[in-house]
Ligand binder design. Structure first.
Ligand code: UFG
Length: 341
């Protein structure tokens, strides 16, 4: 792998994508962000990166993109990514996520891009009964969202076999936290993720957090998840690029430690010093009771070792971002400037 690379990051204006862009820029790579800004934020892309607004559904946009740059690697984040939404509108996921990825992989192989990293998901494993979940756990996607990611993993399998394009599929557990320096963070509309919602309550923006079910077979009856810091995910993406010269790979990315919804809320109370009101609601359809990763393989192969494994630190960074940017990227100076012109 050349020391300096030109990397295409699709969805680089989104939550995990923008943190990866920051990590790549910091390590001196040239980065091109391609994002349709449907969910992403222009203000999340640093000045050092080239920004191209466009949609993977458009072959014309991809022709222009691949005509303008020669990429050493692609990191693919652009995607619909809500489990619940995919249960209501499966074809949106099975069609858009897969067709967009197929377009991108086609351009990648036609242009002989040697490396490709996919943002994949723990939802690939559905509701496994044995924990922790390693790379040999049976794949049985829990939703059309997970299925769409699995289909893209298979597309990449054949792109390697037939065209020799090496790929890494990184299955994240629960991505959370924010950049430690507070300039990047989580800003979804609508927000559905637990930690930002809990922090909204702490900030006084929502009256309470609804716990989706307290009758699960866990220590306190609420669901257990493995929360992984977004900067640790970014670090794994940059590391895996070097490993891809040799072979394709798939890794599960988590801390190997589970926290219940109640434990998350309790930790958020401690970090913020604020009251957080709770209501108990019904189970959310499709939620597995427990998801905990085994990331032994990626630790052994890449020397990956999460820098921010503690839930307290993860929530602290998310809170720091929230306090500096109470309205998310809307409060960012670039956005304010754009709104003014
Ligand atoms: N939860 C609540 N109340 C809320 C929101 C969430 O109790 O208002 C609970 C959920 O039931 C779940 C936990 O908090 O038990 C975490 O929920 P999130 O929505 O934050 O995250 P999920 O575990 O549902 O899903 C996330 C990503 C998916 C990915 C999955 C893999 O959003 O893209 O992790 O584990 F597939």
């Amino acid at each position: 792998m050349p020391h300096h690379q030109t990397v295409l990051v699709t969805g680089g204006a989104g939550f995990v994508g923008s943190h990866c862009v920051a990590e790549l820029v910091e390590r001196g790579h040239s980065v091109v962000v391609f994002d349709n800004l449907q969910q992403g934020h222009r203000a999340a892309v640093p000045d050092e990166a080239e920004f191209v607004e466009g949609d993977l559904a458009s072959p014309a946009a991809l022709t222009r993109l691949f005509g303008a740059f020669k990429f050493d690697a692609i990191l693919h984040f652009a995607s619909n990514s809500l489990v619940g939404e995919s249960m209501r509108d499966p074809h949106l996921y099975l069609h858009d996520n897969v067709v967009n990825a197929l377009n991108l992989v086609q351009f990648a192989t036609d242009n002989k891009v040697p490396r490709f990293v996919l943002s994949s998901t723990a939802n690939l494993f559905g509701m496994p009964d044995r924990m922790p979940i390693d790379e040999d756990t049976e794949i049985d996607p829990g939703s059309p969202y997970g299925e769409s990611k699995f289909m893209i993993e298979r597309i990449l399998h054949w792109a390697d076999k037939v065209h020799g394009m090496r790929s890494a599929c990184l299955r994240y557990f629960n991505a959370a936290g924010a950049h430690p320096d507070g300039h990047l963070g989580e800003d979804h509309d609508p927000e559905t993720h637990l930690i930002p919602l809990v922090l909204d309550v702490a900030a006084g923006k929502r009256p309470h957090i609804e716990i989706f079910g307290d009758d699960y077979p866990t220590v306190d009856g609420t669901c257990v998840r493995d929360y992984i810091h977004v900067s640790d995910l970014a670090d794994a993406h940059v590391r895996v690029l070097s490993a891809l010269d040799h072979r394709s790979c798939r890794y599960n990315l988590g801390n190997g430690r589970g926290y219940t919804v109640r434990q998350v809320i309790e930790t958020a109370r401690a970090v913020t010093g604020r009251d957080i009101q709770v209501r108990i609601g019904a189970r959310r359809p499709g939620d597995p009771p427990v998801l905990i990763a085994s990331s032994e393989r990626v630790r052994a192969d890449l020397g990956w070792n999460p820098r921010f494994p503690d839930l307290e630190t993860i929530i602290h960074h998310a809170w720091d971002w929230r306090r500096r940017n109470p309205d998310g990227y809307q409060t960012h100076p670039v956005r304010q400037l754009m709104a003014a012109v």
